[in-house]
Design a protein around this ligand. Structure first.
Ligand code: 13P
Length: 391
């Protein structure tokens, strides 16, 4: 299991002057290529799933595969919701296994951006999950021509950045200093003085969106000025598309879907390895494994009996629904003893994403209401305990 707390990963990168790659994935080919690239470079990596891409894949199914890949690899990884649009998006992403979330309210005026971001931070921090906010506006759409961008780029103001971070409590800040999402013509002009001043006044890991199209020198200067996470997608999508186009060549025209996709991981992997080495996160995996906190779930387990004359079915059905919706809950299992003579006849196994959920779940108004009004009156005989997954 190599899922790690993203705070430790990005703080290490910030302190040691390198950046961790956050590659957006839109299919199993992307996921496998990311893991292969990270393993071959012995690098930490962020498996990033952008809400704007959810029209191309089923987020819930993709998360199951992403989490399985994170568990199987030995390099440190975090799973991140990229460009989350709302509080509910962040709640769902955490339920499905993201251990970092971005809230992108950057198209709203500052006060609205701060209010929306703070509501996500309050919820996510109560679940132990770090949050990336965005201030200023990075125009463009991942995977498309940058010229088609909706809206004009708005640079991050260093003074507003201080207010924004103090007010919201975000752990990482995505800044706008001249990059654009998508395919660029030529090199964008970046405002390195602005970045310097933001980095000096904030001292937290900074994030660059729109990594595609930047030069080696630009990446080096970004990282020198506090950029610790670089989001990258369009160049990977283009590398895959080039391979598909070459598969369309004469010899392959008889082939179907699998023939068209043949070999698309290799060019993506090569581009990812180039980025990882350029950004200095290669051969950092071992160090991070030693200093970062592993990301481990907690099982909140209750075994209980109900009195002879009561039927708990309705209470159990309600609990399943109510408890599963509480932020930080991954899964709710309601069980009945297999054997009639078991000491305890019923169970709850509520899986939390992080130990911080023990307190926030206990105090959550929906839990308090359900426990006091529905569960405890029926289950006077009960034992409960929280169990952290062992290493
Ligand atoms: P590019 O598609 O321009 O590399 O940007 C990716 C990104 O910023 C995802 O959030």
């Amino acid at each position: 299991m190599a899922l790690f707390d993203m705070r430790g990963m990005l703080n290490h990168a910030h302190q040691h002057g390198y950046a961790i790659a956050a590659f957006d994935l839109v299919s199993l080919d992307f996921l496998e290529a990311i893991i292969k690239a990270a393993e071959s470079c012995q690098a930490p990596v962020i498996l990033s799933l952008a809400e704007s891409h959810f029209e191309y894949f089923d987020f819930e199914l993709a998360m199951a595969a992403t989490e399985a890949a994170a568990k199987r690899t030995w390099v440190p990884v975090a799973i991140h919701l990229d460009h989350g649009a709302s509080l509910q998006s962040a709640v769902s992403a955490i339920r499905l296994g993201c251990n970092g979330v971005m809230v992108d309210a950057s198209t709203f005026p500052l006060s609205e951006n701060m209010a929306r971001t703070k509501s996500v931070v309050d919820m996510a921090h109560a679940c132990g999950v770090p949050v990336e906010g965005e201030l200023g506006y990075v125009a463009g759409v991942e995977g498309e021509d940058a010229e088609k961008h909706p809206g004009e780029l708005i640079y991050t103001s260093p003074e507003e950045a201080v207010r924004y971070v103090e007010h919201t409590g975000v752990d990482f800040l995505a800044v706008s200093i001249g990059t654009v999402h998508g395919r660029m013509r030529g090199e964008p002009q970046l405002d390195f003085d602005r970045l310097n001043s933001i980095n000096q006044s904030l001292g937290i890991p900074l994030v660059i969106h729109g990594g595609t199209g930047l030069s080696n020198e630009q990446f080096r200067k970004l990282i020198e000025r506090g950029v610790s996470k670089i989001n990258y997608f369009t160049a990977l999508a283009d590398a895959a598309a080039d391979q598909i186009r070459s598969n369309l060549s004469a010899a392959q025209t008889q082939g179907g879907y699998t023939a068209l996709l043949k070999g698309i991981q290799a060019p993506m992997q090569a581009e990812m390895e180039r980025c990882i080495r350029l950004w200095g996160s290669d051969e950092r995996a071992g160090e991070l494994l030693a200093v970062c906190q592993a990301w481990r779930p907690v099982d909140h387990i209750i075994i209980y009996n109900v009195s002879e004359d009561s039927d708990p079915e309705a209470m159990i059905a309600e609990g399943r629904k109510v408890l599963a919706a509480i932020p930080g809950v991954r899964e709710v299992f309601a069980g009945k003893a297999v054997k009639d003579d078991a000491g305890y006849r019923y169970s709850w196994n509520v899986r939390f994403c992080h130990p911080d959920v023990i307190d926030s779940y206990r105090d959550h108004p929906e839990h308090v209401k359900f426990a006091n009004n529905r569960f405890r009156p029926l289950a006077s005989d009960r034992i409960s305990s929280d169990f952290l997954e062992t290493a």
